[in-house]
Ligand binder design. Structure first.
Ligand code: PLP
Length: 434
């Protein structure tokens, strides 16, 4: 018999954030308009790019070099700019050669896990951003190790659980943090960051810090990059422009390597990431050209401040409305643009339903549910069929042990946003009472 042609870890590659789109499209074709709250693309939700950024892009396009390959690690001038900014912030000091560009962080994430030794494992947060957790699980063909972000403690990580799991599993070589976090909107406190650095030292781990939302932190929350407190621990920080500019279609992100010289094995691993990129020649050139231009423009940070204000305002509205339901745990996000709600234990059952007027949609939803369906997915599918609201369940979508769901704070019409959240609240109350 022929050998299998599929990688044994293939079943671990799940991305329910997009999978739910197929179901939603079918429902839409049956007559129910969809309110898309599933995916973190500000542009798809109607945000507009400021004219001055568009003008920077238009000008960059006049230069023929924008159409050329760039160096494998990324444009030198852009890496010089990033290294200079990093070094001005204090903390760890890097050179342009510690920076490697990718075609978006999705590309970086995929290579970071694929390039690990097959028995080396990274422990990450629960709930998890699925691109990390799926890629990590697929690389090892085994479920992703997680530490809990505790919904009963403002999503602070359970540090005891983290240490216990690290101690029990010598295969764990690194800790992943996503700061600010997707899906919870949690921002790691300085105290927690320092504890993670201490654990890394104690167990000789490296740290991966996904900081794609680092400039999307709300007023009143202190934000600390890993670089400021990493000391001599080997680490990889990840940044990108998909959420910041926002330019998700530009497919541009980069990683910064810290303390390569401290650990020969880590240094070799980072070289293997560079070599893997070399086989592909390089990453997208045009967005790299624009990073220093846009980020050094005096309008950039005020523009981000305005956007953050809007996300924070929507976060407050949603938290206020949903906190009125005693069966839910709702923590107000401190950054990024998501809110994750958890159902308290035992409040959901497999007999809960919502009325679905359209018979064909009802049949479709019921055909997708069976005895094994997670209870949060059951809620999400009934919500979708009944109201058209498309959110993402936690268990399947974010590799979580909690029943809950995530929605985005991207609806730019605040009145419509409020209405959507009220619809969500009323549907939850109806569902739990059914
Ligand atoms: C935490 C996090 N990391 C990485 C990514 C991937 O970003 P991109 O591939 O667009 O750079 C996302 C996208 O939603 C994200 O939320």
């Amino acid at each position: 018999m022929r050998n299998s042609i599929t990688h044994p870890g293939a079943d671990n590659l799940v991305y329910e954030i997009r999978e739910i789109v197929d179901v939603s499209n079918k429902i839409e074709s049956l007559g129910q308009p969809i309110i898309w709250e599933n995916i973190g693309d500000p542009i798809a939700k109607g945000e507009t790019i400021p004219l001055w950024i568009k003008e920077c892009v238009a000008e960059a396009l006049q230069d023929d070099s924008a159409y050329a390959y760039s160096p494998t690690m990324g444009l030198k001038s852009t890496r010089e700019y990033i290294a200079k900014e990093r070094n001005l912030e204090g903390g760890i000091q890097i050179t342009p050669d510690d920076i490697l560009f990718f075609n978006g962080l999705g590309d970086a994430i995929s290579k970071i896990y694929k390039s690990l030794h097959s028995s080396a494992r990274i422990i990450g947060p629960n709930p998890a951003y699925p691109t990390h957790s799926s890629a990590e699980a697929a690389h090892a063909d085994s479920p992703h190790y997680t530490y809990s972000l505790d919904p009963n403690n403002n999503w602070q990580p359970d540090m005891e659980e983290m240490e216990r799991k690290i101690e029990e599993n010598p295969h764990i070589v690194g800790v992943l943090i996503v700061n600010p976090d997707n899906p919870t909107g949690y921002v790691y406190s300085l105290d927690v960051l320092k504890k993670i650095v201490e654990l890394a030292k104690k167990y000789q781990l490296f740290i991966i810090s996904d900081e794609i939302y680092s400039n999307l932190v709300y007023e009143g929350t202190e934000y600390h990059k890993l670089a400021d407190f990493v000391e001599d621990v080997p680490a990889i920080a990840m940044r990108g422009i998909s959420k910041e500019f926002p330019w998700p279609g530009g497919r541009c992100g980069w990683v910064e390597f810290y303390n390569r010289g401290q650990d020969e094995d880590f240094d070799k691993y980072t070289k293997s990431l560079i070599d893997a990129k070399m086989l592909e020649v390089c990453s997208t050139t045009l967005p790299q050209k624009l990073i220093p231009v846009v980020m050094q423009d005096e309008r950039y940070y005020p523009y981000l401040k305005e956007r953050n204000k809007k996300y924070q305002s929507r976060a407050r509205i949603a938290t206020d409305i949903l906190s009125s339901i005693p069966e839910l745990i709702v923590n107000e996000p401190q950054g990024s643009f998501y809110l994750t709600v958890v159902f308290k234990e035992v409040v959901l059952s497999d007999s809960n339903t919502l009325p679905i007027k359209n018979y064909e949609i009802k049949r479709l939803i019921e055909s997708l549910l069976d005895d094994d369906t997670h209870l949060d997915k059951r809620f999400v599918y009934y919500l979708l069929g009944s109201t058209g609201l498309c959110v993402v369940p936690l268990k399947g979508g974010f590799n979580s042990t909690f029943n809950g769901f995530r929605f985005t704070l991207l609806e730019s019409n605040e009145e419509l946003f409020r209405k959507n959240i009220e619809l969500l609240r009323d549907s939850i109350i109806k569902y739990l009472a059914s």
